[in-house]
Write a protein that binds this ligand. Structure first.
Ligand code: GDP
Length: 295
């Protein structure tokens, strides 16, 4: 599971503090140094780490940590609060359109997990009583359409496809199809590329302009670390995304992406993918994730 290294290193830093009873200024400084290193090793971006440590230090000073009876506990609590804030504070929900259908555009680099996780999300919504439709707007790889049909069938969610024609037309037709057939949610599976490029962004912008989606959800692979944060920034600059779905958290990702994305883009992580199976999706809760990181 992700974050193992970070959890271990933070635990080691806190353990040293616990052994000490009252703390000196030097103890706190040393602890901050270790937390800083642990975050950097977990691939949290440098700027985010710097700001994080400054905030924890300020709070520790404000809380008179040196005078406290259980200072170590107090520092753990402050780190927990600040980690929660860093990841957005509270969990962010999917926006539902006042007038159906809610249109969710799934975007992201190739292999990030768009197709799988768009389907997972549709499945989750179905369980909540919605009537989702999956739409195949990734027209460059015939296999992508087939893949969407396969996962749609497994979840018993209908799949709308028109083969390999202009994805803008498919997106428009999918929304019209949903309106006609009583589907209150449409998930658009769009094309990805290995790298962010202008042609991809232009196509996604055209789809956005054509259907005015309720949500643009960026799917990013937690395993690619800093690159996930860079991709998030690029997609957000081009498309003004609403939120992020962070996938492959079941792998041994160091976790930096989860901790940096909100701070760098201002956009919350809304869901996480925790496996290849279609029910392996969770709503992202910053407080629970912070507690998990702290072990
Ligand atoms: P797309 O190119 O962005 O549409 O990516 P896919 O949906 O085809 O996913 C790429 C690969 O990642 C597939 O083998 C998926 O099974 C796998 N995958 C997707 N989400 C997860 C996840 O949360 N955990 C793991 N371990 N694998 C995932």
């Amino acid at each position: 599971m992700a974050f193992e290294g970070l959890t271990e290193k933070l635990a080691a830093a806190f353990k040293k503090l616990r052994g000490k009873g009252r703390l000196s200024e030097a103890d706190v400084k040393e602890a901050m140094r270790e937390i800083r290193l642990a975050l950097l090793e977990a691939d949290v971006s440098y700027k985010v780490v710097k700001q994080f440590i400054a905030q924890v230090t300020e709070k520790a000073v404000g809380a008179d940590v040196l005078e406290a009876l259980s200072p170590a506990q107090m520092i753990v609590k402050i780190v927990n609060q600040e980690l929660t804030e860093l990841m957005g504070g509270t969990s962010a929900k999917l926006t539902i359109a006042p007038k159906p259908p809610t249109v969710v555009m799934m975007v992201g680099l190739q292999g990030a997990g768009k197709t799988t996780n768009g389907a997972k999300l549709a499945g989750m919504m179905k369980k909540q009583g919605k009537r989702p439709l999956l739409a195949a707007c990734d027209v460059y790889r015939p296999a992508a359409i087939k893949q969407l049909e396969v996962v749609g069938e497994q979840l018993d969610v209908p799949v709308f496809q028109m083969g390999q024609i202009d994805p803008v037309d498919i997106a428009k037709a999918a929304v019209a199809h949903a309106e006609k057939h009583g589907n209150d949610m449409v998930f658009l599976d769009t094309a990805g590329r290995l790298h962010v490029d202008e042609a991809l962004m232009d196509e996604l912008k055209a789809i956005k302009a054509a259907v005015d989606p309720t949500e643009i959800l960026l799917v990013v692979d937690a395993m690619i670390g800093q690159d996930a944060v860079n991709a998030a920034k690029a997609f957000d600059d081009a498309l003004d995304i609403n939120g992020v779905m962070l996938t492959k958290l079941d792998g041994d990702a160091r976790g930096g992406a989860a901790l940096s994305i909100k701070a760098v883009t201002g956009k919350p992580i809304k869901f996480v993918g925790t496996g290849e199976k279609l029910d392996q999706i969770e709503v992202f809760h910053p407080d629970r994730m912070a507690s998990r990181i702290l072990g």
